[in-house]
Design a binder for this molecule. Structure first.
Ligand code: SF4
Length: 348
């Protein structure tokens, strides 16, 4: 299957030339493909191209993306969650999170996920497969089309563990950067952390992207190994101290600060001793902690931390000299937590 999505301007000029057309026809496809104002789903819609060229491309199996909408959920705060079907009848999710100045797309990198985090609906179903780069990019087109706005920021925080799909992840980032015109600095990769992969990410980014300016966000969620394994069973393969050491190396190699995501879970990781231990773990290191409010899902054992406990935890980290901010979950009223839309839908 040949997918135009993710093709560079040079790729498209070459395709046009190979079909006996002038190179500018390739540039016309490029301008159509990455202009968010077009409702782009199939080659018939590229009306600027001669009909015979469009017919030929279709006959030869070219497509624009491959996903379809199964379900949409719009929350009161404007957050839009989409459930999308893939060409092989799997389903994935993506979310558009608007503010006045930004539209952040939260993207999936895999169908399902093998990491089995205990707070996550997606993790309960295991991994089906990794997504191709064009399937990652197609999610952006759907969000732009549905929300009628250009996406400005990207977070890989949807379904899947991005570092287990590193090549497709980086090829999609290359296109996001060069074709969708979104700076690497506005892209965040969120990972549970896989042994060896933080180093590999830095190396491969330099190879494939030529630079490494995105933000790496580690889903830490605990101040020590014991608590982390209670939340993320796969964490037993990667000691928390080794994760921090690998992150220090990442900062040395890339010059980019690392973020640590910390989901506040009532009576599990939210007391002041936990805050002190977290500060000790991360001290002397160019990093930042994001505290996140937990979205309760029906049949999982964790509970939400009170807002008061969250404030005390945050103040304690600040007093300890740890850079910290608090991120409120968006779209709480419409299944906006990771994996929830898919789990509640009839499409599995
Ligand atoms: S939280 Fe992320 S890494 Fe963990 S199981 Fe869910 S999708 Fe996978």
């Amino acid at each position: 299957m040949k997918n135009l999505l993710g093709s560079s301007i040079t790729d498209l000029e070459t395709i046009a030339l190979n079909y006996g057309h002038a190179a500018y026809r390739g540039r016309q496809i490029y301008n159509w493909l990455y202009n968010y104002k077009n409702k782009k789903k199939n080659i018939d819609q590229i009306e600027v191209l001669p009909l015979d060229f469009r017919v030929k491309l279709k006959e030869d199996g070219y497509k624009v993306g491959e996903l379809n909408i199964l379900e949409k959920n719009l929350a009161n705060d404007g957050t839009l969650k989409l459930l999308l079907s893939t060409g092989d009848d799997q389903s994935i999710e993506c979310v558009g999170i608007p503010t006045e100045k930004r539209l952040t797309a939260c993207l999936s990198s895999q169908v399902g996920c093998p990491m089995d985090c205990k707070f996550c609906a997606t993790g309960k179903e295991g991994l089906k497969r990794s997504l191709k780069a064009y399937e990652i990019l197609d999610q952006i087109l759907f969000i732009e089309n549905e929300m009628n706005r250009k996406v400005t920021n990207i977070v890989f925080m949807g379904m899947g563990e991005p570092l287990l799909n590193i090549e497709n992840l980086l090829f999609s980032i290359k296109s996001i950067n060069e074709d969708f015109n979104i700076s690497q600095r506005k892209i965040t990769i969120s990972t549970v952390a896989i042994p060896q992969m933080i180093n590999k990410l830095a190396q491969k980014s330099l190879q494939i992207l030529g630079k490494c300016q995105f933000t790496l966000a580690i889903s830490l969620h605990a101040p020590n190994q014991k608590i982390r394994e209670m939340i993320i069973p796969s964490a037993k393969n990667y000691d928390i101290n080794n994760i921090v050491e690998d992150c220090k190396e990442f900062v040395r190699k890339t010059g980019r600060r690392v973020s640590f995501e910390y989901l506040m879970l009532g009576d599990l990781n939210d007391n002041l001793n936990d805050a002190d231990e977290l500060s000790e773990l991360l001290k002397g290191f160019q990093c930042h902690v994001n505290l996140i409010q937990y979205n309760q899902i029906d049949d999982v054992q964790f509970k939400q931390t009170s807002f008061r406990s969250l404030q005390l935890f945050q103040s304690r980290l600040l007093n300890n000299g740890t850079a910290v901010s608090f991120r409120r979950s968006r779209g709480l009223d419409k299944n906006a937590a990771c994996g929830q839309l898919r789990q509640n839908a009839k499409y599995q």
